[in-house]
Structure formats: C-alpha cells, structure tokens
Ligand binder design. Structure first.
Ligand code: OAD
Length: 254
C-alpha cells in the first residue's frame, strides 16, 4: 500500500466529516481516476494517450473530417476498452459514500467513460461528454431529425438519407463544454465545503479552474494524485497516492 501519511489522511477525513451536509462534498475527477481500471490517461509520460497520439488529429473536428475512418476506428478501440473496464475501489468508495449520505456528494468528471455511473453514481456530472454515445457530426437539417441509431454500418456509420457521419459524443479541443453540465459543476464548486480533486493534471480548462473557484467560495480543497499537477499550488493539501488506494482509506467509516 502506498498511502499518504496517516496525519494527512486524518486531517482530510475530519474535513469531509465536517462537510456532511447537502452538497457539502464535491469530487472533481480526471483520467487518473480510471487508470487503475485499465483505462489509459492522456498526459502521463509513456502510458498517456497524448504521448503516443496527436490530439489535433484524434480529438478535434478538423481531425475527424480529415481522417474519419482512422479517427472512428481509434474511438471504437477506446470504446471497447471502456466496455471491458470495471469500476475500481476508488469509484466504489465514492458510490458507497453517496449511498450512506444521499445528497451530500456531487461528482464532476472529465472522464468520458461510464465507470462512476456503473459504480452507482448515476448523477455524476460529465463535463467532457460520453465516449459510448453516438451523435451526428453535423446538426441534422431534417424535421424531425434523423435518428442517429438508424445510421448504417460503416467506418464511421452514415445517415442513409444524407450521408451525415456519426461521431463519438465527446468534447473535442476547440468545442464548448455542455452548458448544463458546466453550470452544474460550477454550482457544485461554489456550494461545497470540501473539494477533492482526483487524478487530473489540471491542464485542461475550464475544469481545471473549478479548484480555485471552490477555494474562492470558501471550500477546503485537496488533491489525490501520486504525481504533481498544474494546480498543486492552489489547494490546501496534497494527498500523494492513487485514487483506488486513497479514496477508500479516506472515506471508510465516514
Ligand atoms: P491527464 O492525463 O492530463 O492527467 C491524469 C492525471 O492522473 C495525472 O496528473 C496523473 O499523475 C494522475 N494519475 C495517474 N494515475 C493515477 C491514479 N492511479 N490515481 C490518481 N491519479 C493518477 O488527464 P485529465 O486531467 O483527465 O479530454 O485530462 C483532462 C482532459 O484532457 C481529458 O478529459 C481529455 C484530455 O484531452 C477529453 O477527453 C475531452
């Protein structure tokens, strides 16, 4: 077990205990949350997806239009990885806490997998979309709009009527975050008394700004991450350890 010092864990447990009120605890998660479920992160040296692949090609509208077959195939492989993965002990600890304290916890995730949902946190706020969702590349001009499920097989599948290709339901670079999810996330950051930031490099905005926003609004903020992140200076405590180890230890018995 590679856990932070006992005194640090105890200090964080006290903060969470004092935050047991509606909306009192918010948890912002990033790719590190799912790393121990076998889903690769983006920016970890060697294992991160962006160390091997170019986000401009694989995570942008222009990249998809330039090479739809290649990009669709890349997402199809990632979708398979997500479907094969299982929630880890960190996801399960958050779900168990939520069951014990309904209404206290708000999860805001940058992850496009469904592991929080499958662990039991159905209401986790998804800032960057859902990799398993299909949507049209271009807004369908018909009334009523053609059903995306009716797209016929292909790489990517296309609309039989107009040839509109299907794309994955993730937020690509240069795109806006879903407005409702972002508003919910900002509200959770403003409302919470404790924010745990788990497994994110803090490199992508506006998600990275939620830690400072929560702190400005009076929350106590801690990071759970085995490595340094870009927002370490903005928080009260760094819990150096992995999500699947630290979260169960932090939340057990609370
Ligand atoms: P990153 O890959 O940028 O950062 C992952 C973070 O997780 C790093 O700080 C690691 O140190 C940490 N980490 C690794 N293993 C961990 C573990 N077992 N437990 C806890 N932490 C661990 O991922 P994100 O910050 O999520 O966008 O990246 C933000 C966005 O950039 C992603 O949502 C994605 C990407 O482009 C979209 O998909 C739209």
């Amino acid at each position: 077990m590679n856990l932070p010092p006992r005194a640090e864990l105890d200090a964080a447990r006290e903060r969470v205990h004092a935050a047991l009120q509606p909306g009192g605890l918010a948890v912002l998660t990033g790719a590190g949350m799912s790393a121990e479920s076998g889903i690769p992160t983006f920016r970890d040296a060697m294992t991160g997806l962006w160390s091997r692949f170019d986000p401009a090609e694989l995570a942008s509208d222009a990249g998809f239009r330039a090479q739809p077959q290649r990009v669709w195939q890349w997402y199809a492989e990632r979708r398979d990885g997500v479907r094969r993965a299982e929630p880890n002990a960190g996801h399960r600890a958050l779900a168990a806490f939520d069951q014990r304290h309904p209404g206290v916890l708000a999860i805001v995730t940058q992850n496009v997998d469904d592991l929080h949902q499958r662990a039991g946190n159905r209401d986790a706020i998804r800032l960057h979309g859902d990799i398993l969702e299909d949507r049209w590349l271009d807004a369908c001009a018909r009334q009523p709009p053609c059903a995306v499920a009716a797209a016929s097989g292909g790489t990517p599948p296309r609309c039989a009527e107009c040839g509109n290709p299907v794309r994955p339901g993730v937020v690509w670079f240069g795109e806006m975050l879903p407005a409702h999810a972002l508003a919910q996330a900002e509200q959770a950051a403003r409302q919470c008394r404790v924010l745990l930031v788990v497994g994110t490099s803090g490199a992508v905005w506006p998600a990275a700004g939620l830690a400072a926003a929560a702190r400005r609004a009076g929350a106590w903020v801690a990071i759970v991450n085995p490595h340094a992140s870009e927002i370490d200076d903005e928080v009260h405590l760094l819990l150096r350890g992995s999500a699947a180890q630290v979260l169960p230890a932090l939340l057990a018995g609370l």
